[in-house]
Design a protein around this ligand. Structure first.
Ligand code: NAP
Ligand code: ZN
Length: 349
């Protein structure tokens, strides 16, 4: 079925209108008319081939909220008219150990990304910068937030789960001192979610103008990461740090803030590698540097329910589809409060 979309045709081409073909829903499929799609920095990395794996033309978008407009005969989780969400994955092998553990993002045979997947061969997939998507019900999420919040719920499907999952995995709990590095799309969700978990949240930023916003979101303290004296005042004091920065930077100033045996987890995936950390900073306090990729489907539903229960949504600026190229430039200047969300009604207009 022919479907309107926006695609990049090469690393340097701006995104432009494009027509894609969506399959007719099979027995296990849910067809969703897309209402809103968040704009993740990964969309930009992919559109510009910054991870050197982009299959062109590429239709980004993996923070999708929409309305169910058809269901296959085996679909029991959704019915016509339901609101539903789709995040970063639309399939995985379903038989490896990771899939068995509900960790489809670590599928040993390679999960299928909502766009630009499967990475290791097969047909390209097209994401949420489009009017409609067809996805296996297993990979479709239930949304329980109020209907007037749907645009602000869309970013939870990637930014929300990518921060929730490591905060849970590393056991963040009430009273712990937790650092969030970078107040962008991921970082602002990290601040809100860690604060809702009861942590004492410290936001590290390179942008002096973001302090009041960070405090409103739940940060107890805000530190300008380029202020070495302010950084030194926090040495050896953190239980956990989540680093969401989208660009190459020196990790040592943050690693030095961890207590003995504690971890900084990277979720930012910059085009160019960070300089290797100072080994002595790690070994003298048995500190750890970790990484984390989105979250599994079960955990994504848990995160959506947690956010609904705690009244958490994203801070968004709604844009028209045609504004996407300007939005990318603004994202590169850290000029977004704090997630762009495309109103998909503007695609057909
Ligand atoms: P974003 O909205 O652009 O936010 C990134 C933030 O990083 C900026 O707001 C800025 O915060 C900080 N920053 C940017 N350039 C910097 C620099 N040169 N030095 C220091 N700080 C800088 O991006 P996002 O959508 O949150 O995504 C962040 C990263 O996570 C991207 O690389 C994305 O691809 C990746 N990601 C990973 C996963 C995963 O599963 N691991 C999932 C989604 C996204 P301040 O202004 O506060 O300094
Ligand atoms: Zn994303």
């Amino acid at each position: 079925m022919s479907t309107l979309a926006y695609a990049a045709s090469s690393r340097t081409a701006p995104l432009a209108p494009f027509s894609i073909d969506r399959r007719a829903p099979g027995p296990d499929d849910v067809q969703i008319d897309i209402l809103f799609c968040g704009v993740c920095h990964s969309d930009l990395h992919t559109a510009r081939n910054e991870w050197q794996n982009t299959i062109y033309p590429t239709v980004p978008g993996h923070e999708i909220v929409g309305r169910v407009t058809a269901v296959g005969s085996n679909v029991s989780k959704f019915k016509l008219g339901d609101v539903a969400g789709v995040g970063c994955m639309v399939d995985s092998c379903q038989h490896c150990a990771s899939c068995g553990d509900g960790l489809e993002q670590y599928c040993e045979n390679g999960f299928t990304g909502t766009y630009n997947g499967p990475v290791f061969g097969g047909d390209n997939t097209y994401g949420g910068y489009s009017s409609r998507i067809v996805v296996k019900q297993k990979f479709v999420l239930k949304i329980t937030h109020d209907l007037d919040q749907l645009a602000a719920v869309a970013p939870l499907l990637c930014a929300g789960i990518t921060t929730y999952s490591p905060l849970r995995q590393w056991g963040v709990e009430k009273g712990q001192k937790v650092g969030i590095v970078g107040l962008g799309g991921l970082g602002h969700m990290g601040v809100k979610i860690a604060a809702a978990m009861g942590a004492h949240v410290v936001l590290f930023t390179t942008s002096p103008g973001k302090e009041a916003d960070a405090r409103r979101m739940g940060a107890a303290e805000v530190v300008l990461s380029k202020d070495t004296a302010a950084m030194a005042a926090h040495a050896n004091s953190f239980d956990f740090i989540l680093n969401t920065v989208a660009a190459q930077h020196d990790l040592d100033p943050f690693l030095n803030l961890l207590k003995r045996d504690c971890t900084m987890t990277l979720v930012g995936a910059p085009e160019h590698p960070h300089p290797a950390p100072n080994v002595f900073g790690l070994i003298f306090k048995r500190r750890r540097l970790g990484g984390s990729l989105i979250g599994g489907i079960r955990e994504t539903q848990e995160m959506l329910d947690f956010c609904a229960e705690h009244g958490i949504v994203s801070d968004i600026e709604t844009i028209a589809m045609a504004d996407i190229n300007t939005a990318y430039e603004r994202m590169l200047r850290s000029d977004v409060k704090y997630r762009f969300v495309i109103d998909m009604a503007t695609l057909a207009a």
